[in-house]
Design a protein around this ligand. Structure first.
Ligand SMILES: *Cc1c(COP(=O)(O)O)cnc(C)c1O
Length: 404
């Protein structure tokens, strides 16, 4: 790895093993996530290592975040140079990487528009949610199975009752529709609806792909009623599906697009992109953030975008994604492989995904189990052919062992 001159990485050799760190974690970190599966100490490319020296092929990439894998030199260099130059300013001031990134995102979305930068997916959605309120309407139509984040606003639009109910009352008049059903959407949208929020592919629900014409129908329905089409691309955006955005193949132009996860390649950043007339819904004093759009995070995102372009990673993502899907589909205990590019759901013939996930981890593969019968794969976009072949071989063997 080529570090910029004068930069030293301070090695932090773990003195303790996983069990000791886990014990300290329990005492010091709020128990919102349950016990950690492992304590990780290092990452390189598509691999990470735990505190006990075990190596893992990372097929989850920090939940669709580490688009360029771990320790990619382009991000390291962008962040290091930016920190050496100008690390943080307030939003009383502008910086070049912030402006450049806004221009790049609007350009990739192929429209005229403006960006509000945040630090996470849920915050990107909060900004969009507030923008919808400026239409003078308050009703939002959201889909069953949706996940939009954990802050109070985004949570109001997240379908899982177990996440929402302990925190009610939540903001909003929310109408729920079954995902992928254009007729149900048409029936739910009228002239009082401010916006329809949809994921182009539902990630947390287990990588659910809607019918091919669904987003086009959603665009037509929202336009007919003067409602905004708000696409949550936090998980599907920035190359994850083999296109820049999950909605790209649909050809629609949404009004609001929210981004985070892969955008910064591991550096926290979120963005709410508003296209067309939606770009001016939020005005002076309507919203704010201290860290959002800071020079370091925006420089990292610019490095991610230029590496995806220069490395041909959209094409690579399609090829590797098909390799994973084709390989895993050969397993008789796999009902189907859903998704596109490197966002994949593996539907098992029995609801034993949690056991498969655990066995995979023990065998050195990081995946997750978003539902009882589905595994999710969201590896780095730089996953190599050999790594993908290794993933198929190992995961297929484990599925056979667990479901035998
Ligand atoms: C992860 C996710 C979010 C929330 O992002 P955070 O950065 O965890 O706040 C929102 N929407 C979708 C579709 C997501 O996958």
């Amino acid at each position: 790895m080529n570090l910029p001159e004068g930069v030293v990485i301070h090695g932090r050799e773990p003195r303790l093993g996983g069990p000791e760190w886990t014990e300290r974690y329990r005492g010091a970190v709020m128990n919102t996530f349950g016990d950690p599966q492992r304590v990780l100490v290092r990452g390189e490319g598509s691999h990470v290592w735990d505190a006990d020296g075990n190596k893992y092929l990372d097929l989850l990439a920090g939940i669709a975040v580490n688009a360029l894998g771990h320790g990619h030199p382009a991000i390291l260099e962008a962040v290091t140079q930016q920190l050496q130059t100008l690390g943080h300013i307030s939003n009383f001031f502008a910086s070049a990487p912030q402006v450049e990134l806004a221009e790049r995102l609007v350009g990739l979305l192929g429209g005229e528009g403006r960006v509000f930068f945040a630090n996470s997916g849920t915050e990107a959605n909060e900004a969009a949610f507030k923008a919808t309120r400026r239409t003078g309407r308050t009703t939002i139509v959201a889909a069953e199975g949706s996940f939009h984040g954990r802050t109070m606003g985004a949570l109001a639009l997240t379908s899982k009752a177990a996440y929402r109910e302990p925190f009610e009352p939540l903001p909003g008049d929310v109408r729920w529709v079954p995902y992928g059903d254009a007729d149900a959407l048409a029936a739910a949208v009228d002239d009082t609806v401010a916006a329809v929020i949809l994921e182009p592919i539902q990630g947390e629900a287990g990588v659910i792909v809607p019918p091919a014409d669904y987003l086009a129908a959603a665009r037509r329905i929202t336009s007919e009623h003067g409602a905004l089409l708000w696409l949550d691309e936090v998980q599907t955006g920035m190359g994850r599906t083999g296109d820049w955005f999950g909605h790209t193949p649909s050809g629609v132009t949404p009004d609001l697009v929210t981004l985070a996860k892969g955008l910064g390649g591991g550096i926290p950043i979120g963005a709410c992109v508003a296209l067309g007339d939606a770009a001016t819904l939020l005005g002076p004093g309507n919203h704010g953030t201290t860290f959002g759009g800071n020079p370091v995070a925006t420089a990292a995102a610019l490095a991610v975008i230029s590496t995806i372009e220069s490395g041909g990673l959209l094409e690579a993502t399609r090829v590797r994604g098909d390799q994973l899907a084709d390989g895993l589909s050969l397993n008789a205990r796999v009902e189907s492989v859903t998704g596109r590019g490197l966002l994949r759901g593996v539907v098992l013939s029995e609801p034993r995904a949690a056991e498969v996930q655990k066995a995979a981890l023990d065998a050195g593969l990081i995946i997750n189990a978003p539902t009882p019968d589905r595994l999710r794969l969201a590896p780095p976009l730089v996953l190599s052919e050999d790594e993908a072949a290794d993933a198929v071989r190992t995961l297929s063997t484990i599925i056979d062992e667990v479901l035998a």
